[in-house]
Structures are given as structure tokens and as C-alpha cells.
Unconditional design. Structure first.
Length: 66
């Protein structure tokens, strides 16, 4: 089975755990994140998109509008 997880970022390491579990069961698993994890969790495919609204400066900007 081929599995693809897509998430804005790997915030608590769950994507890494799921990926390892699927691979242990013989499945092919890839993860795509929009931004690198600030906690340095393992990344598979990271798009490094601009405007990461989890960064402190951009989070303040986000909170002004929402």
C-alpha cells in the first residue's frame, strides 16, 4: 500500500511515528509538510513555503486579522 500524509508541519512528531509504523508493516509511506518543524523532527518532503504563520512574528500578524 502507498500512503501519503500531507500536513502544514510535523508539530509533535506524529507524522514520523506513523511513517515508521507503516514502513514496519511493509507499506510505502511519504510525508509532505509545508514548513520545517521548529523542533527538528525528521522531515521527508518539506516544501519550505513562505509565510509560516506559526513563527512568532507572523503569528502576531495572523492574530490581527483573525
Amino acid at each position: 500500500m502507498k500512503i501519503l500524509y500531507i500536513s502544514p508541519e510535523n508539530t509533535v512528531g506524529t507524522l514520523t511515528l506513523w511513517k515508521k509504523e507503516h514502513e514496519a508493516r511493509g507499506n510505502e509511506c511519504r510525508t509532505v509538510t509545508f514548513f520545517a518543524s521548529p523542533k527538528n523532527f525528521e522531515e521527508d518532503i518539506c516544501l519550505e513555503l513562505p509565510f509560516n504563520f506559526t513563527m512568532p512574528g507572523l503569528a502576531k500578524l495572523r492574530n490581527i486579522f483573525y
